[in-house]
Write a protein that binds this ligand. Structure first.
Ligand SMILES: C[S@@+](CC[C@H](N)C(=O)[O-])C[C@H]1O[C@@H](n2cnc3c(N)ncnc32)[C@H](O)[C@@H]1O
Length: 256
């Protein structure tokens, strides 16, 4: 399946898309339905929801931000998928005020756990939204990637602070409230009753290399995409990735 994202944006999300599209194809085969029901928790302006709708799936986006939902609506209309994208105001804690419990084949929780008060509760809610056999796609900021990035920028004290801080923050000015190790994320997924599937490191190199090298060297972007894909699966690189992606799989018989 072709990557539905723009090329530059693809560098940030290619690994997640590859894993997600494989998971969707497996669910299509297993359910015999071409159009899956997808819930995008904290889906924002539709970076994933709109391309998923373009693949033919029905996507419900739950997000607390009216501005994001407005942008989502406009983007879905521009891309001709307004009938398959449903935006609704809500949050991970009160998910079932606005979304159906046990109603989705695939649930996305991308870039949200960093911001919720209680990540374990957030994951439990996303899991409770899954149908039996459903798949959770969890993407969150990685601790090691932030430490490495601060250190390579010469901010050694901040890098050290992120290492020591229980939430992985490098200081007061850090815009991200919480970061995770791969072990923490897989622990949350298992704790919510899912089997842990594939674990990938996302943006291992992309955020560290100077943009000029990627934009001006012929073939550099393509080569970097291939390098990211190869490193993503290796546990050695999980500890330095900017983001971590974890697939969680619900049992077919009993759901989760
Ligand atoms: C970094 S953006 C990620 C957007 C989208 N998931 C993506 O991957 O492009 C974080 C999103 O989470 C939303 N958000 C913040 N707190 C949330 C909460 N408690 N429950 C659900 N979504 C939340 C924000 O409004 C924002 O749209």
């Amino acid at each position: 399946m072709s990557d539905p994202m723009r090329p530059r944006a693809a560098l940030r999300t290619a690994v997640v898309w590859d894993v997600l599209q494989d998971a969707l194809e497996r669910r299509v085969k297993a359910t015999g339905r071409q159009a899956l029901d997808v819930l995008d928790t904290g889906g924002g302006s539709g970076n994933f929801a709109v391309p998923l709708a373009r693949l033919g799936h029905r996507v419900t986006v739950v997000d607390p931000s009216p501005n994001a939902l407005f942008a989502l609506e406009r983007r879905a209309a521009e891309e001709g998928v307004a009938d398959r994208v449903h935006g609704v105001q809500g949050d991970a804690r009160g998910l079932f005020d606005v979304a159906e419990r046990g109603g989705y084949d695939v649930v996305l929780c991308h870039g949200v756990l960093e911001y919720v008060d209680d990540p374990a509760e957030g994951v439990r809610n996303t899991v409770a939204a899954l149908r039996p056999g459903g798949v959770l796609s969890l993407l969150a900021a990685g601790l090691g990637g932030a430490v490495l990035a601060r250190a390579l920028a010469g901010h050694f004290t901040e890098a050290r602070q992120a290492l020591d801080d229980p939430n992985g923050r490098w200081g007061e000015g850090d815009p991200v409230p919480r970061r995770f190790t791969a072990e923490q994320l897989t622990g949350l997924v298992r704790g919510a009753g899912l089997e842990v599937g594939a674990v990938h490191g996302v943006r291992v190199f992309s955020d560290l290399v100077p943009g000029v090298l990627v934009d001006t060297e012929p073939g550099a972007q393509e080569a970097l995409l291939k390098l990211e894909a190869a490193a993503a699966e290796l546990a050695a690189f999980h500890s330095v990735a900017t983001q971590l992606h974890v697939l969680g799989e619900a049992g077919e018989a009993d759901g989760a």
